[in-house]
Design a protein around this ligand. Structure first.
Ligand code: SAM
Length: 302
């Protein structure tokens, strides 16, 4: 068993109160230094890129953030170790971590701690499904506020239509391989039906309820959320693919679960904050000019 799986098993066994207390206390030093780390990042980068909920995918040149930065660094280091062992290489080309600097503490359900129009890019991969739907809508609004006019956002999350398609009678080879992998990996202790294709019900239920998932999106729900906040040029992309080099090859989900499973599971959306602000009516669909977004008054505290 890898280091990450051992750690996750230990974490799952800990009582809720203990787990919450440990993670909360580990956030404190990151919260204390955040203002300085952010101001240093902004001062030293002309192209400013924010990642929300980075987990172990700590990207160079980005301001990486997570609810649990210590956990992110642990996952990053464990991934590095596993990659070294797999390749037999003593050293990795990836740079060492700088504690407190390479991942900041940020709670995506709260007001983002940045002024309006700060970032050229915002990226979030497989994070919004971990926060309630209303909080995710608030986050997309907040992203709109902190992205510069002409800036872009890229969000990746599981696709509800992948789960619904998994339930069809005629399953593809890929879907059957996915069900085999999901049952072997996540449903070990469960008494499953004899026929592999009948395990779809168990895989779907597990996916909706496991890992702290709160809401599984589909294309129209994400589109509407982006459009109502004022984003334009909303487009679906394949994982890893973008017309913008700053948003290309930044996903990590495929490295963890394989590229074809990641492609099957995920919906990846990019959108632009137009130079002239506009907002789409949720009832008529009409686009109207929009008043400038106000500076947020709240703060992203512990
Ligand atoms: C499934 S992991 C994905 C990690 C990474 N983006 C990736 O794709 O490898 C979900 C991440 O979202 C983070 N997260 C969950 N709730 C959050 C919140 N309210 N604010 C910020 N990050 C959050 C978790 O700590 C975790 O690192």
């Amino acid at each position: 068993m890898g280091m990450i799986q051992q750690f996750e098993r230990l974490e799952q066994r800990a009582p809720d109160g203990v787990r919450t207390a440990v993670w909360s206390s580990l956030r404190v030093p990151h919260f204390v230094v955040r203002r300085k780390v952010v101001s240093d990042y902004l001062a030293s980068h002309t192209v400013r890129k924010l990642q929300v909920g980075c987990g172990g995918n700590i990207l160079s040149g980005w301001l990486n953030s997570d609810l649990n930065p210590v956990r992110s660094m642990g996952v990053y280091l464990a991934n590095l170790q596993e990659a070294r062992e797999a390749s037999g290489a003593a050293e990795s080309a990836r740079p060492a971590l700088r504690p407190f600097r390479d991942v900041i503490y940020l709670d995506a359900t709260k007001t983002l701690p940045f002024p309006n129009n700060t970032f050229d890019y915002v990226f979030s991969e497989h994070m919004i499904e971990h926060i309630p739907y209303q909080a995710a809508m608030g986050l997309i609004k907040e992203i709109y506020r902190v992205v510069k006019p002409g800036g872009r956002v890229r969000i990746s999350t599981p696709d509800l239509s992948f789960l619904i398609n998994l339930y069809t009678q005629d399953k593809s080879d890929l879907q059957l391989r996915y069900i085999t992998w999901a049952t072997d990996s996540f449903l070990k202790g469960t008494k499953l039906p004899d026929a592999l294709s009948d395990a779809d019900t168990f895989v779907i239920n597990n996916f909706v309820r496991n890992w702290g998932h709160q809401f599984i999106y589909d294309q129209k729900t994400l589109w509407n959320a982006f459009a109502q906040c004022g984003f334009s040029e909303i487009e679906r992309c394949n994982p890893g693919v973008s017309v913008d080099e700053n948003l290309r090859g930044i996903e990590s989900h495929g490295r963890r679960i394989s590229d074809d499973f990641s492609q099957l599971e995920s919906i990846v959306v990019e959108a632009l904050k137009p130079a002239v602000a506009q907002r789409r009516s949720s009832t008529t669909g009409e686009v109207a000019a929009q008043a400038p977004v106000e500076v947020a008054s709240g703060s992203n505290q512990l």
